[in-house]
Every structure is written in C-alpha cells, then in structure tokens.
Design a binder for this molecule. Structure first.
Ligand SMILES: *Cc1c(COP(=O)(O)O)cnc(C)c1O
Length: 458
C-alpha cells in the first residue's frame, strides 16, 4: 500500500543547531534591522524561508566529491567533470562557468542588451531585469493570462503569453528584440511551471523571427516534475530527458546552480553559437576568471557535477514537490490566500488578499514578512511593490502587478515538523490579521532596493 506521509528520502548525518528566540527579542531584532529581514543576522532566524538559493544541504556524495577538487588554474579535471555534466544536460557545446546566475546574466544580457534593445519573458527575475535595465535595455513581462487568477488550478501558469509575444515583436521590430527569456519555473510569477508545449511555441516564434531564445533554467528539474505529471505526451520520459528536451529548443541557457544544482554557489552560461561564445568568454575572463573555472573553484565544480545528477532522482523530486505542496495546501485550508496550484520551490502568499485593509503604497507584503518574523521567527521575502514597484516621471507610486510573500524552501534542509510549525504560525497570523499595519520606506538605493531598504511601521 502507499502511505500518505511524505518522508524525507535521506538520513541526517550532520546537524546545525537553531537558536530559539522569544517574541520580545524578535521585535527588537526586527527594529534593529529597519524592518527589512534581509538585514537580520541569520542566527536570529528560526526557520529561514528567505530563499531556496544557495541554501541546499549537500549529500555525502557531494562532500566526498569536493575532496577530488582539482584547483589547477587551467584545464583542471574538475572542469572536465563539470563540463561533461552541464554539456550532457544542456546539449550545448559552449559552457561558461560563473560564480552565480547573475554573473552569467550580466555577461549575456550586457552583451546582447543596450539602449533600444528589448527583452521579452514570461517573467524576468529581479536580477535579470536589473541587468537588462542596467545595460540600457527594456525588459517586458508577458505571463499567460491564467497567471493572474490565483485560484485557477491550470497546471502551467508559468507559461508565456505567445500571442502577446508575437504582437510585441511586430510592434518593436524583430531586429530590436535582443532575446526572449523563458524562466523555468517562473520564479517571480509564483514558482509556476512552464509546459513543454509552451516552450516549443516560444521557440518556434523565436526561430521564425531569428531572435535568440534563452532558457533561465534555475529550476529545470522541478519544472520537469510538473511536465512529466501534467503533460501526457511527456509522461514516458524521465525527468532528466524532459529537461534535455527543453534545452534542445533553446539557443542559450543561464543557470543559477544555487537552485537546482543542490550546491551553495555556482552558475553557468551555456551557448550554441560559437561567435557569441567567443564574445562572452572575453567578458568572462575580464570579470570572472579563466574559461575553465570562471568564478568557481575546482571543488565547487565537483559538487555541482554530482548535484546536477542527484536533483533529477525520482525520490528526491517527489519529496521536494510534495513537501512544498504540503505547506501550501495546509495554510490555504486555514484561510491564507496562496497562488494555486503550489509551485515547486516556494509557496506564494497573496498578501493583498490576506491584508486587504493595507493600501498598496503601504506594502502589504512587507507587513506580512515582518509579522511572520515577529510571531514565529520565520524569515520570508516580499515579492511585490517593494521589489518591483516604481516611480513614474512625476514621482508617483506605480505598484507591482501583484503583492506576494514568498516562502521558499531550502532543498533537503527542513523536515516535516519544521513545516508543521510554519503552518501553526500562519494560524496565529490569520487570527490577528485585522491589526496588521503597513510600512513606509525611509531609505532606498537605486537598484534592487529590497535588499537594503529601511522601513518604518505606520
Ligand atoms: C536566482 C535566480 C537568478 C539569479 O541567480 P543568482 O545565483 O542569485 O545570481 C536568475 N534567475 C532566476 C529565475 C533565479 O531564480
């Protein structure tokens, strides 16, 4: 028979203690951090759901592989293993190792971008948008219409709106479109998966107009799980084969290996085009390192080569996707509005739906992030108008399209009892929701302000 309880498909070999805190201590720590959880020291956090990026627990096989790290400057054995793994996965001949995803983004989008250049995506991740805008280019999001309906249980709400894509290409002219970027899964759009059919359609449009098609593939294994279980024509393929089929559609791929690489640091840029690879390799050598290590040490590359294999294991992916759904479904049952269905790496709470009395310019998402910390020591991140809000030319506030709070689950780190605790904290948040208060920004930098902004409670 099949049992309901999802057990972690691993035993714990090494533990890291968590320091317990009281509500009074947390109120004090939060004030000291200017109500921005990014500024909290991690030992003041009980359950850290800030990000799934670089927070994975490595396996004993990965730790063992690190001892094999070849730290030679050029042509290291570790580079050969890293290259073989990434090349087999992506099918792309040119692989540029970077220290993390945004370094690969800066190289590729810095080269392809510039003033008058357009990038279209299902949803640009924040560092993607920042790199494009920093180059002088314009980034436009085109999520599919179902993405906006939080209650629709459409299985592929991470898809790109292909009609809009065609219309935008016509309106700006294909020659001005630097690239189309499919973010898989769609992180900022709710961690929702992208279907193989959608990837094929986007690839077809790009081919027709001679526009480079880039896969931002940070969570390609998690995406493959959803494709296999919800897209009948892919049900006979393994998770890894599904990923390989999606890579086969693309001209380039950018990956933050800190996600589905099951490591703490790393990234790559994979390319098909030889000339583009030459240009990007020059930038890699100037800013990251020589072509056979980029921004990585030999031991990093060893751990990555193992992690990119382990992440496609069926038991791991089942546990991963089901435990995220466990958290999301249970808080939803307790009256917390969440994006549904639950995505792969995170639960996205609709903060505006939970706190309808807080106006958008008072940041309902920031309010929830602060409440989760004060009530339960849980660290989460606002994905709303703090992260994506703007000011128009007259200085008027332009809110983000959605006010979300992301509870991202580190890979292989927390157990079901940790998630049961988070669920209990949400019960308390729901009980006291009417008394939640908004925030005002008192200090902000010009780019990626959510990392360092200071707030005051209203
Ligand atoms: C994390 C992430 C990036 C940036 O990668 P870093 O390793 O954080 O620099 C880019 N795109 C997506 C979709 C991501 O999730």
């Amino acid at each position: 028979m099949e049992f309901k309880t999802i057990i972690e498909p691993f035993r714990i070999k090494s533990v890291e203690p968590i320091r317990m805190t009281t509500a009074d201590e947390r109120a004090h720590f939060l004030r000291e951090a200017h109500f921005n959880p990014f500024l909290l020291p991690s030992d003041k956090v009980l359950i850290d759901l800030l990000t799934d990026s670089g927070t994975s627990a490595m396996s004993s096989r990965q730790w063992a592989a690190m001892m094999l790290g070849d730290e030679s400057y050029a042509g290291a054995k570790s580079w050969e293993r890293f290259f073989a793994e990434v090349n087999d996965l992506t099918g792309m001949p040119h692989i540029l190792p970077t220290h993390q995803g945004r370094a690969a983004e800066r190289i590729l989008y810095g080269y392809l971008g510039g003033k008058g250049k357009y990038f279209f995506s299902n949803t640009h991740f924040d560092t993607t948008r920042a790199n494009i805008e920093f180059s002088g280019g314009t980034a436009i999001d085109m999520p599919c219409p179902e993405a906006k309906d939080y209650d629709s249980d459409a299985p592929f709400k991470g898809n790109m709106d292909t009609e809009k894509l065609e219309a935008h290409i016509r309106s700006v002219g294909a020659a001005n479109v630097a690239a189309v970027i499919l973010t898989v899964t769609n992180n900022s759009g709710g961690g929702q998966p992208v279907s193989m059919a959608n990837a094929r359609a986007v690839a077809g449009i790009c081919k027709k107009h001679h526009i480079p098609f880039v896969l931002d593939c940070c969570r390609i294994a998690e995406n493959a799980y959803f494709v296999r279980h919800n897209e009948p024509d892919c049900a006979h393929l393994s998770y890894r084969e599904i990923a390989q089929e999606m890579f086969a559609l693309a001209d380039a791929a950018v990956m933050s290996i800190k996600k589905d690489g099951l490591v703490n640091m790393g990234g790559f840029l994979a390319l098909r085009d030889h000339a583009l690879s030459d240009a990007c390799t020059n930038l890699l050598i100037i800013t990251e390192g020589f072509a056979t290590y980029g921004g990585l040490s030999g031991r990093d590359m060893e751990a990555i080569a193992v992690g990119l294999e382990e992440v496609f294991e069926a038991d791991y992916l089942h546990y991963r996707i089901r435990s995220t759904a466990y958290l999301g479904e249970r808080i939803r049952d307790r009256g917390v509005p969440v994006i549904f269905p639950i995505g792969g790496h995170a639960v996205y709470v609709d903060a505006q739906g939970l706190y309808p009395h807080i106006p958008l310019h008072e940041f309902p998402g920031q309010a929830l992030v602060c409440d989760l910390y004060e009530v339960g020591g849980i660290r989460s991140v606002e994905v709303g108008s703090v992260m994506f809000g703007k000011y128009d030319e007259q200085g008027g506030f332009v809110p983000a399209p959605q006010e979300l709070v992301r509870l991202a689950l580190p890979r292989r780190v927390y157990t079901q009892s940790h998630l049961d605790y988070v669920i209990e904290v949400f019960e308390e948040i729901v009980r006291r929701k009417e008394s939640a208060r908004g925030f005002r920004i008192v200090h902000e930098p010009p780019f990626l302000r959510h990392f360092t902004a200071h707030f005051e409670r209203l």
